[in-house]
Structure formats: structure tokens, C-alpha cells
Design a protein around this ligand. Sequence first.
Ligand code: ATP
Length: 582
Amino acid sequence: MKFAEIAQFFERMEGTTKRLELTEILVELLKNTPSDVISKVVYLIQGKIRPNFEGVELGIAEKLAIKSISKSAGIPIKKIEDAYRLGGDLGITAANVLKEKTQTTFSTENITLERVYDTLFKIANLEGKRSQDMKIRYISSLLNDATTNEAKFILKILLGTLRLGIAENTLIVALAIAFTGEKDNRELIENAYNVSSDLGHVSEVVATQGIDGIKKFEISVFSPVRPMLADRVKSEEEAVKKFQTEFAAEYKLDGERAQIHKKGNEIVIFSRSLEKITQYYPDIVEKIPNVLICDDCILEAEVVAMNENTGDFLPFQELMHRRRKYKIEKAVSDYPITVNFFDVLYYDGNKTIELPYLERRRILTKIVKEDRFAKMIPMSIIKNEGEVLEVLENSINSGCEGLMLKMPQSPYKAGMRGSNWLKLKREYQNELGDSLDLIVVGAFFGKGRRTGRYGTLLLSTYDSENDTFPSICKVGTGFTDESLDQLYQILSPTVTIKKNSRVESDMDADVWFDPNLVIEIVASEITLSPIHKTAYDVIRKNSGIALRFPKFTGKIRTEKHIEDASTDEEVIALYKSQKKSI
Ligand code: ATP
């Protein structure tokens, strides 16, 4: 397939904001794509090259892209930087710069989708000393043969700035229409996605085998399942009202979610955002097979750091010491953990996600042989506000964040945030009602003690409708010297020449970042603001939503993708619930 065809479709998609029209263009593209390359096209539409859980990241820095354009066009780097500062994103700048070049050379070669994809794949897998040079060589060679429109999209994919406005849901609907002729089949496709976490593979199957192939998708060991998520409630009163029946209360532990897949003695662990994290937990790999009474299974647990002497749970940040490439054995002995199980999705040939919660819990209790390392998360069945308060108090006293309240009859709804699971945290009892996970998009330099570091960060929510990052607040409190250093180390290599095209903000930040990092924030109130862009025009014309007195909680949420950050819809819901309770 010619890459030019795809670039044309991308151009059309960029030109519309109407959901229906976007879906129609997408359906046309999918129908025009040969089935042997459909998975590649689906990944590219999502701005990636493999499903998230494979951890193949392009991660090209602006500087490297500029060097590649310079090499391909034979134009000095400075000139490209100047053109880029003047307008558009780097993809468009490249297109303009290369246009001058193609007017003076003869012609470009026809490049295929396969060539673009394979080159991107190679770039993502390059490591080591010479990798930067090799990347520049690969990119400039692609740009040499690309038309201006192709160059624009190649760079956007490389830089992660492709903005087609296509949410996963839209893609699922388009797949249903294109290959089954029925929009209503979207649910079946969504189910297939929920148990495989790989839309590329799902698209390949539906394109070649139609709906019969899709029906065969089943939960299977080593394919990560999209996690079930919880709605938040502010009070025990709200929880009791929502359930209208007795319900289960489990401690909400403050650790890292781990989806543990076991086949015989082989263990693979996936994070909440379904990345492989097995390498950080060699102790789980070693000990868990002896703890589980089954051959194969998929279980969910919260991994929590602990003080081995007292047995107390330690805060989430302690776990982050495990995120290192080298000397992992030392981290394992310095930062011991416990594995706390709370769900079973599959065991020994039995799919359990359809079973009610209580039945899953019964099975889980039989599978897990508890010891010092592996435990069941405590659970009690309760029904009134007094009982909720009592368990909440106990959970907080044991160093937990609060409670997870679960509907006894509910199946495991993969990939869904819904009211069958409710989370009630301690800080919900007052003020905002929840912490938010926000994306760091810019910063202002610090003064005094903070000189040479970022004193204040500019934060954004995720607008999933438009696939953008509107700003919601600046935050300058809650930082320790250690966290200021740590944030500087993480953020400074991601500084960009100017604001990323997906970031929406009128602020004049001292530096802008490639949006990559999610941090946790609490605040006293949500207010309307003319200067911030979250939910702009939604509650009031010419106003966005902002946070009052935001404060960093100390949690850097490395396990979250930027698309997993708090969304505009979540903030709007919090704003409305805050108004109700006033
Ligand atoms: P949060 O910021 O509150 O962790 P989240 O967006 O990561 O939210 P939620 O579904 O909102 O995910 O909260 C559930 C998270 O709480 C789970 O992802 C899991 O990591 C953790 N957790 C702790 N204890 C439990 C439990 N008993 N049952 C389910 N999840 C639990």
C-alpha cells in the first residue's frame, strides 16, 4: 500500500472535527487497506507502532527530528529551528522546508506503508551509543524519498504529535461498520479488545474472518486484560445510596496494580496501563508459583512496599525505587514488598470474568495460599454508613488509602470505569473529593531555594474528545527538595523548543515539555477560570475550569500514560458534584 494514500486520509481526518464525518473517512480507509497490513495502519492511526503492552516506544526528541530534516534537506539546523519557531508544528515545518528542496530536485520515490512502518519499528528498537546517528540516518533517508505531505505525517508519528482526534471508541465503531456492515457489532469488537488489549490484532481478525473470528476471542494467559476501574464517591452516604443493597468493602491499598499471568512456573506481570513490569519484580517471579494452587491463571493484586520489621505498609513512592534498569537485586532487598490479591480473571481453563464478584472472591481464596509475601486483601460484607465508616477507619489505620466498595453480583467488566466498583478515599471526606492525575506540560523557573530547578509546574488534563491537553492549573506547593531534584532530572531532557501542538494554554511558560509525565495533585476547590482551558466553554462561555490551591501529593505516576490522566469529563463531574454538595 502506498504511504501517500494513507497520508491523504490523515489529511482529510485532520480537516474535520465532526465525529460522524471522521468515522466515515476512517471506514473508507479501513475498507481500502489490504488485510495483511491493516494492523499496521490501525497502530499508526493511534500514533503507535505496536500495542502498548509490548513497550515499543518511538520517543523521538525534537532536536533529533530537526537534525534529520537538516540532513535530508541540506539546510542548516538554525534555519529549520527559526522556521519552526514562526509557526505550525514540526511536521508542517518539515513539509515546508522539504517543499523548497523537492522543487529543485527531480522526483521522489513512491514510498510504501510497509517501508515507513518497518523504518519506524527499527528506529524504536535502536539502542546504544550509535543509536542517535542511526536514527538520524533512517529518518533522513525516509524524508529524502517522501513527498511533502508524507514527510509531514512521518514526523508527526515520530514526534507523537499526530492529532487525528480518533478515540479508541471511534476506531472500534469504524471497524464494526467496515468489516461487519453493522455498527451494533461494536460491542463484540470491544469485548475482543478488552481481553486482548491489541486493536491491531483485533482489526486483522475482523478484516479476514469477520464477526465469527471476533467471537472466538477469549481471555488467555499472557494477553493482558484491560482493567476494570472504579467510580469515585465522596462519602459513605453516597456509596450506600448508590448500591441500595449490601456490598463488599475491601481495603484500598496504596501500591501498584499488578496483573499477574502464570503458566506453569512462568510469570508475566502487567501494570495498570498494561506494560510489562515483570523485570522490576524478580521476587514475585520466584515466589508466586509456590503460593498459587493452580497451573495457569490470571490474577490481580496490589503490590505494596512494606517495612519488613514492623510489617507496616509504606507509601507508593517507595515502590518507584524498583523502576531501574540495573542493580535490581539490591532494590529487591532494600525495598521489600507484599503482593495483595483482589481478583481472579481466569484459572485452569475457567474464564471467571463473567462470574459475580462473590464467586470470584471464593475461588481466589482457594487459589491463594497466604504467607508473609502473598496475601488476600481484607474484605467484609457491609450495608450501612456506620459500617463503612468503621472499615474505613481500620483501613486508614493500617496505612491504606481508603476503601474499594464492590457490588457482590457484578461481573468483572474489563476496560470499564463504572459504579460496580466505588472508591472512597480519606481525602474525599472533605475538599475536592479526589486527587487528580495531571500531565506536566510546562514549567516556570524557581527562585531562592529553587533556583536552577522548576519552581512551578503547568499542568493539563486530557481532553479525550479532541485528543488534546488543556491546562488546568499551575502548581508550586507540595514539593520537597528531593522531589524538585527528581522532577528536574525527569523533565529537563524533555524540554521542547516551543509548546507541543496538543497542549492548549495561553500561559507564557519559561519552558515547555513533551507531554509525558503524570503527577498526582490535590486541591481545595474547582473553580471557573478565564485563563485555563480544561472544559473550555462547557460550563460557561469563555471560561475553562481551574483548580484552587493545588498541591503536589508527592506521587509521580510513572505507571500511567498521559491518556490515562484525569479527563475533562471527570473534572466536569467533580465540579458538578462539588456544586451539589454546597
Ligand atoms: P487511583 O488514582 O485512585 O489509584 P486509578 O485511576 O489508578 O485511580 P481506579 O480504578 O480509580 O484507578 O482506582 C483503583 C485502583 O486502586 C486500582 O487500579 C488498584 O491499583 C488500586 N487498588 C487498591 N486496592 C484495591 C482493591 N482492593 N481492589 C481494586 N483495586 C485496588
